[in-house]
Ligand binder design. Structure first.
Ligand code: HEM
Length: 239
């Protein structure tokens, strides 16, 4: 079985650092919501307060948020050409019509399978995908927008504690902070399900550990990316 490189070491390290920070920040952030604002239940806040203490929970949330933002502030310029720009180029290579068709057909396929889709007269063929599929691109774009807005509003909230007269700004910052966290709390379980549990995705999950995917998998899941690799290899051989 021929294996091809899909992720390099720095991208893999950053992905798992990112995943751990996000899970901690979402968990601790939801625990900070009190009373009727608490969507999970009082037990969730009690669990986290039991671990970090009443004041310690906010300190831990701000500390991990700052660590996460600080590491990305270093990583982005240092790995701009190698990781960041190629990643941005791939996720913003959106073709709205094709990508929406991919998302709709994939969702029906996951819920009712190919035979169910044929029964209701739907086509089962998914539009060919590049390095990322349409679902990955939409989640990644949302994650970038939400990340920037969470950092800006988070910093505002953290520093406004010491300032008087910023009540209106703080309310808007808190609303935006909660909306972005809420959106990511919906999208991340979808990302995790699609990456770790959905049928046929195991090689992609393994590639986030080893860096490599079987060539047949790439050919089937990411035919446009595979075709571009074949073309590059052809050009390289000609020179
Ligand atoms: C434990 C939970 C998670 C699992 C199992 C997981 C799994 C994966 C896998 C397997 C891929 C590679 C997909 C591919 O090669 O096509 C991936 C990519 C990605 N994931 Fe996650 N993920 C998790 C959490 C997160 C979180 C919390 C975020 C935060 C926003 C995130 C953001 C991303 C991004 C931006 C990519 C593309 C990155 C790249 O290709 O370098 N993931 N994830």
């Amino acid at each position: 079985m021929t294996m091809i490189r899909r992720h390099n070491q720095s991208a893999i390290c950053m992905h798992w650092f990112n995943a751990l920070c996000w899970l901690f920040l979402l968990g601790s952030g939801f625990a900070l919501l009190a009373g009727e604002m608490q969507p999970i239940g009082a037990w969730w806040s009690e669990l986290w307060v039991g671990i970090f203490g009443e004041a310690g929970l906010l300190v831990a949330h701000i500390a991990i948020g700052s660590l996460w933002a600080g590491i990305y502030a270093l990583y982005t310029p240092l790995f701009l050409r190698r990781d960041v720009l190629p990643f941005l180029r791939e996720i913003f290579a959106v073709s709205l019509r094709c990508d929406l068709i991919w998302c709709i057909r994939k969702a029906f396929w996951l819920v009712m399978g190919a035979s169910g889709m044929r029964k209701i007269g739907m086509q089962t063929q998914l539009p060919a995908q590049g390095f990322y599929n349409a679902g990955q691109k939409f989640v990644a774009i949302a994650a970038i927008i939400c990340s920037i807005s969470l950092v800006v509003t988070g910093l505002l909230l953290a520093f406004s504690v010491m300032q008087q007269g910023l009540e209106a700004l703080v309310r808007w910052a808190l609303l935006l902070h909660l909306c972005c966290a809420g959106l990511m709390a919906i999208l991340l379980p979808v990302h995790i399900y699609m990456a770790a549990c959905a049928p046929g995705e195991r090689p992609a999950l393994i590639s986030m550990l080893t860096g490599f995917v079987p060539e047949d998998f790439a050919k089937h899941h990411n035919p446009l990316w595979h075709a571009s690799l074949v073309e590059k290899a052809g050009e390289h051989n000609r020179h």
